[in-house]
Design a protein around this ligand. Structure first.
Ligand SMILES: NC(=O)c1ccc[n+]([C@@H]2O[C@H](COP(=O)([O-])OP(=O)(O)OC[C@H]3O[C@@H](n4cnc5c(N)ncnc54)[C@H](OP(=O)(O)O)[C@@H]3O)[C@@H](O)[C@H]2O)c1
Length: 278
């Protein structure tokens, strides 16, 4: 995350970075907002098929918005595909004639493989990324895999851009189903955990609004402490559990109810389903 975003592209050092986001739905808009938050002067154009949405983008984000994918991609050096998986092939067929190896394609379409994308193009660098919904608040967990023509420079460019909306981690493409099962689907598990913790607070006498906030902040604080201290999660748990105290009594209930096993099973089931769908 830094202000180089619109100054120098690592893939085109002599030219400024020009980003096109194809598809202005939830994910496209979230990525655009994150990029503009890091540098409001980023050269960014968004496309969509809905005129009202394009007008909304121009009005609210003060950037270029167009329904012309070909002209937008011709002018860009980084193209982010943020459309639903079914639309990817059609768009690649449309833009392939203006895509060469001076450009970088970053696809976030779930389940669309690098191979599928590369087959539509002539040796164009491709990166396939799997973000999660938390990109909306610039706290996404984003794993990405490099295509056959993507280099370290493309990797740096991807980290620069997607780093604006969260934590980026490179991984082999074959592991992206597991990423989907963990961090892709994970926000739903954590939202359920927040809701359940809050219910526990209410059951114990807390007002709902206070219980909601305390539950959510407990998740944020625990995750931040885990990432910042680098300590093992078990060691951090031990720091909160004094002999015969309150927390160990709560922990015993979670163990009795199979909380760990439930989370492990949820990630595995979502990973298996992701494999089935791709
Ligand atoms: N939501 C998540 O948590 C999440 C996580 C990881 C990855 N993803 C991936 O992110 C991608 C985008 O998801 P989303 O929820 O933002 O989708 P979305 O809300 O459907 O946004 C995509 C937008 O692009 C439009 N579009 C369709 N064809 C187009 C074309 N030819 N040219 C330009 N725009 C076109 C769509 O119109 P129509 O509605 O008419 O199609 C829609 O307005 C998906 O592939 C999804 O798998 C999502």
């Amino acid at each position: 995350m830094n202000n180089e975003l619109s100054i120098n592209s690592s893939i085109t050092p002599k030219k400024s970075l020009k980003i096109a986001i194809i598809g202005s739905g939830f994910m496209g808009m979230s990525i655009a907002k994150g990029i503009l938050k890091v540098n409001p002067k980023t050269d960014l154009t968004m496309t969509d098929i809905y005129e009202e949405r394009l007008e909304f983008i121009k009005d609210t984000l003060s950037i270029k918005a167009s329904s012309d994918n070909i002209a937008t991609c011709k002018d860009a050096n980084v193209i982010i595909l943020a459309v639903k998986p079914y639309a990817v092939s059609k768009i690649l067929n449309e833009i392939s004639k203006v895509c060469n190896n001076d450009k970088l394609i970053i696809s976030i379409a779930a389940g669309v493989t690098i191979d599928t994308i590369e087959k539509h193009l002539d040796k164009v660098p491709v990166i396939r990324a799997m973000p999660n919904i938390c990109v909306q608040v610039q706290e996404g967990a984003i794993a990405y895999a490099l295509g056959n023509y993507a280099t370290e420079k493309h990797k740096s460019t991807t980290e620069l851009i997607l780093g604006a909306v969260g934590l980026t981690i490179e991984i082999e493409e074959s592991k992206l189903d597991a990423v989907t099962g963990l961090s892709g689907s994970g926000p739903a598990y954590i939202f359920m955990a927040i809701e359940a913790l809050s219910d526990g607070g209410v059951l114990s006498g807390l007002p709902r609004d206070i219980s909601n906030k305390l539950a959510a902040q407990t998740v944020i604080g625990s995750a931040k402490m885990y990432l910042e201290t680098g300590l093992h999660a078990g060691a951090l748990k031990d720091m909160v559990t004094s002999p015969g105290g309150t927390t160990i009594n709560g922990v015993k209930v979670l163990e009795d109810k199979g909380m760990r096993s439930a989370f492990i099973g949820a990630v595995k089931a979502a990973t298996d389903r992701s494999k089935e769908l791709s």
